[in-house]
Write a protein that binds this ligand. Structure first.
Ligand code: MIC
Ligand code: SF4
Length: 643
């Protein structure tokens, strides 16, 4: 029986465990990336492991999220990351060099290698044929220290692309269609492998739009074969020596198969407030928009923005629309400025932002009250844009640019077929890595600079045998990490200050959460389906840990957040009978007895003392997880092993 591409790459990196559906395996990590809003924690954790130099083939620290410097905090964090990277053998990508995923694709990704990043959109690298996975900062720190990364042997889903895209459609529409079919929880513990004749008509940046937003499926990652288009991209980046051809065997067997007929695909749009509530753009045609934002790690490549420039050329954006454009990298921005595309965007009224995440993570450009914002980004969770009452729609750069001119959500009939949207990959990208600072050989000579905003991170204690606490909060399905630990221009500067940040934990859902947690000395959170979906931010576990949360009981969890809870010693329990969820109320007194023996046997009983009820819980975790929980988190376990 032939192998899938996923199986080939994972087996090549297998360190522990048997590659068998559902089994936990430990894989060797070749490359890591961090960004600044998760990076400070990751490097504090790396320092706590007493490692001199990163043991990976390549590790890069990017600055791209916390770019507004409205006080000294962000710049202090940048300096900390720059100096800690220099000391520990890690490349440092300065602010202005671009969004981590875009730059990593351009300059560092290698087909067939593994990449672990402290950002949920790390799967962008799958467009180059990498197994690229998003994880919490601590997991990335462990990988830098030479440790394996553990995943469940994934189910492999083949996405068979038939035909080819037409004039109006782009790779964004493909991933929106996959999201429509599979939903935001449909990818948990799965890897999406793209195949079929349609793959050939997609360049690496187009493939990476798809693998990037595959994160929204909750998937472990997504991957494309490494073929002649991959070689063409690497050549144009002056890196043909990094090329290796890779594909699945013809007789590979998949767990699931999805077919998408590209000839029939229409421009698609995700509607508020979830990336999987997708409809065709034509259905929404005519809806007024107040803001259009083009950029983010999903859609800010050179080719995306040249298409946008061609659409905007000679036009003026609608008088009621604000258009903001953030090119993905310095390479993209320089090339746009050299070929005249930038001038076309500026002339039409586009506001150019620096190369970074910007509005995608609420760092500026919050829409007006009740505003309607059309974005080329990957997430439209409520409030993420910085305005709670705004509605955010997600679409391709082409739909976004046409809509900016029209003032409403555009449909197919708004396109002018005379405009050139068939933009080919350039023969040569402009290569200038002058914003990538190299580490030093003499790490011991570097003093790490720690600003006053960098506070020690909370540490857990070994597990106690009885957990008693109130239900501090009961939430519904689909709670995102943006709900748990919001990120915006006001809060992002405090990513290295958990005591401050924890005051805002669950703020969007319950303003009293932090106060209640302090009043009752911590407690337990009750959630619905896919609890913790979205980002990889460990802060969504660290802030609850700081507030004394001992366990989260939910109907199901997202992969990364569940790992982050376990890594920090918080027990993730799932209801064996989901109707039990209905009988728990806020402030009910809960108790878990014999915690240690129950987690060993995966038979955990939660007593609801207020209602005199007993609930059976599942704890779908591995033996390694049990050990981590018992020692009070992964860092404690690493320390014990080191002693
Ligand atoms: C996001 O898109 O939500 C972020 C901001 O990039 C996060 C990381 C973070 O919260 O710092 C992610 O995707 O992991
Ligand atoms: Fe940055 Fe947005 Fe991409 Fe997250 S999704 S890495 S905030 S651009």
């Amino acid at each position: 029986m032939g192998m899938t591409l996923t199986e080939k790459v994972l087996k090549k990196h297998l360190v522990t465990g048997e590659y068998k559906n559902g089994n936990e395996i430990g894989i060797k990590i070749d490359q890591t990336l961090t960004q600044d809003s998760t990076g400070t924690m990751a490097y504090l954790q790396l320092e706590a492991m007493n490692i001199d130099k990163a043991k990976t083939k390549l590790s890069v620290a990017y600055i791209d999220h916390n770019m507004l410097q409205s006080g000294p905090e962000n710049a202090d964090d940048h300096l900390y990351i720059q100096t800690v990277a220099k000391k520990h053998g890690i490349l440092f990508s300065k602010p202005g060099n671009g969004i981590c995923h875009q730059v990593h694709l351009e300059r560092f990704g290698v087909p067939g290698d593994t990449l672990l990043g402290s950002d949920s959109h790390t799967p962008t690298g799958g467009g180059l044929g990498m197994i690229a996975i998003g994880a919490g900062g601590l997991d990335v720190a462990v990988a830098m220290a030479g440790g394996e990364y553990f995943i469940k042997t994934p189910k492999v889903v083949k996405v068979n692309l038939k035909g080819k895209l037409n004039y109006y459609t782009s790779s964004k529409d493909i991933i929106l269609e996959v999201l429509r079919k599979c939903t935001v929880s449909g990818g948990v513990n799965k890897i999406f492998e793209y195949a079929g004749e349609g793959v050939k008509c997609l360049s690496v940046p187009e493939r990476s739009t798809i693998t990037n937003m595959g994160a929204e499926l909750g998937a472990t990652t997504s991957i494309f074969p490494s073929d002649e288009n991959t070689l063409e991209f690497l050549k144009a980046q002056g890196r043909e020596e990094d090329f290796t051809p890779l594909c699945a065997d013809d007789d590979a067997v998949y767990d699931e198969i999805i077919e998408i007929d590209l000839d029939k695909l229409e421009p698609m749009i995700a509607t508020p407030h979830s990336p999987d509530t997708v409809v065709s753009a034509n259905e929404l045609r005519g809806k007024k928009v107040t803001q259009v934002a083009i950029g983010s790690c999903t859609n800010s490549s050179f080719m995306d923005l040249v298409k946008v420039a061609n659409i905007l050329e000679g036009k003026t954006i609608h008088e009621d629309v604000s258009l903001v454009v953030s090119p993905g990298s310095k390479q993209v921005l320089t090339m746009l400025s050299e070929n005249g595309a930038l001038a076309k965007i500026v002339a039409s009224g586009g506001r150019i932002l620096e190369s970074g995440c910007g509005p995608c993570i609420g760092m500026g450009q919050a829409p007006s009250t009740n505003g309607v914002s059309l974005r080329t980004f990957n997430r439209n969770f409520k409030g993420r844009c910085g305005t709670e009452s705004a509605d955010v729609y997600l679409a391709s750069p082409e739909i976004a640019a046409v809509s900016a001119i029209k003032g409403y959500i555009a449909g197919v009939e708004d396109f002018d077929s005379e405009i050139n949207l068939d933009i080919k990959l350039p023969d040569k990208f402009l290569i200038n890595d002058n914003l990538v600072v190299k580490p030093t050989k003499n790490g011991e000579e570097v003093d790490v600079v720690r600003g006053p905003n960098i506070k020690p991170f909370p540490k857990n204690k070994p597990l106690e045998n009885v957990i008693v606490g109130k239900t501090l909060l009961k939430v519904g399905d689909g709670i995102t990490t943006d709900h748990i630990m919001p990120s915006n221009a006001k809060l992002l500067p405090y990513r290295s200050n958990i005591p401050y940040l924890s005051e805002y934990c669950f703020n969007m859902v319950d303003k009293e959460f932090a106060t209640n947690a302090k009043k009752f000395g911590g407690g337990i959170i009750v959630g619905g389906l896919n609890y913790g979906q979205g980002s990889s931010r460990e802060h969504a576990a660290l802030a609850p840990l700081y507030l004394g949360i001992k366990a989260v009981i939910a109907k199901s969890f997202s992969r990364i957040h569940k790992n982050n809870l376990i890594n920090n010693g918080i027990i993730p329990l799932t209801f064996r009978n989901s109707n039990d969820y209905l009988t728990i109320d806020k402030f009910d007194d809960l108790e878990i007895k014999n915690v240690i023996s129950s987690i060993d046997s995966n038979k955990v009983i939660v007593l609801n003392k207020t209602k005199s009820l007993e609930y059976e819980m599942d704890l779908d975790i591995t033996e390694r997880h049990v050990e981590i929980l018992k020692t009070g988190g992964l860092l404690n376990m690493m320390r014990l092993k080191a002693d």
